[in-house]
Design a protein around this ligand. Structure first.
Ligand SMILES: [Zn+2]
Length: 332
């Protein structure tokens, strides 16, 4: 059993009931089934105790004050609770984990490979900065705060800090400026580009790791490369939008929430699990669309463009460059 309690356990303790485990009764015996493993718990009163214990769950957690349990029953109950913890049914919560349950969720997602206390510390300390104006940026700031992330107004020096840049549309200069800035830093920090629904799709990503993944200009080159006329593709990638972009997102509130959820999930995972955050794939891009069958989410990966004038070490070199396949990985 993993716990950070001191040598003397407090009388009042809280356990999370694992949603992946099933509690089954077979006569007086109780069977805990978790995946392909079944743990048997037998003994007088086990079934009745467990039924009452589980019935006391609030938000999936049960608090028990062992000081209120008769002294002669206490060792038996403690042993049973330890067995249920070993069986994977219960996870004992420590400190404020009941009030702030996100670290427990991330811990489960990482298969227990990062300590919950460490995840909680990272979530408290890692700064998340959402740059950009407009409704989507506001929604993301609000949702990040509600999820227990530390939202800051400006990007500080924290090398583990995460920046999210929300453009009004693909051509928003804010994204190009941030791309230049990140590429210019000696150890450019990863950042996430986000675009609201433009009438076709909303995007979360690419997750840009300067020098390692596609940069934002690569993303624009990829998107422009699906255009059949090659001569216009590069011009499209450099073009700026004339006039304000119409906001199509207001007509799709459900889609906006899905998009915000994807962003919050990625950021919480990145902040809490760092290198074990599976969603933080360099160049990872998620598109959200609204079709006749409802809101659909698709995952892609934007590859670097070897001839990218912003990030390629080979830019300006006078021999022919490889150009990756067209019409792929640009969220199409
Ligand atoms: Zn690039």
């Amino acid at each position: 059993m993993t716990t950070t309690r001191g040598p003397v356990a407090p009388a009042r303790r809280t356990w999370l009931v694992d949603g992946q485990a099933r509690v089954l009764a077979a006569g007086e015996e109780v069977l805990i089934r978790r995946g392909g493993v079944v743990t048997r718990c037998a003994g007088a009163g086990v079934r009745a105790f467990l039924a009452a214990f589980l019935a006391g769950a609030r938000d999936g957690a049960v608090t028990l004050d062992l000081a209120e349990v008769a002294a002669e029953r206490r060792p038996g109950i403690e042993a049973l609770l330890a067995r249920l913890t070993e069986a994977g049914l219960l996870v004992e919560l420590v400190e404020d984990e009941q009030a702030a349950p996100v670290p427990v969720g991330l811990w489960r997602r990482a298969g227990g490979t990062v300590a919950r206390a460490e995840i909680a510390r990272r979530l408290r300390e890692r700064a998340v900065t959402v740059l950009g104006a407009g409704r989507l940026a506001e929604l993301l700031r609000e949702q990040c705060r509600d999820s227990g992330l530390r939202v800051t107004a400006t990007v500080g020096e924290d090398p583990g800090g995460i920046a999210v840049v929300v453009g009004a549309q693909e051509e928003d200069p804010l994204l190009a400026e941030w791309n230049e800035r990140a590429l210019a830093e000696p150890r450019g920090r990863p950042w996430l580009a986000v675009l609201p629904y433009d009438g076709q799709h909303a995007t979360v990503g690419p997750w840009i790791v300067p020098g390692e993944s596609a940069c934002y200009h690569c993303f624009r080159l990829r998107r422009a490369s699906v255009f059949p006329d090659e001569s216009i593709a590069d011009r499209l990638a450099e073009a700026v939008l004339l006039g304000p972009a119409p906001d199509h997102s207001t007509r799709h509130p459900g889609l906006n929430l899905v998009q915000a959820g994807l962003v919050v999930d990625r950021l919480a995972e990145r902040a809490g699990l760092e290198s074990q955050a599976w969603q933080s794939v360099p160049g990872g891009l998620t598109t959200v669309t609204a079709g006749p069958e409802g809101v659909a989410v698709a995952h892609h990966r934007v590859l670097r463009v070897p001839r990218c004038p912003r990030c390629s070490p080979a830019r300006g070199v006078g021999y022919p460059q490889v150009w990756f396949g067209r019409s792929v990985e640009a969220g199409r």
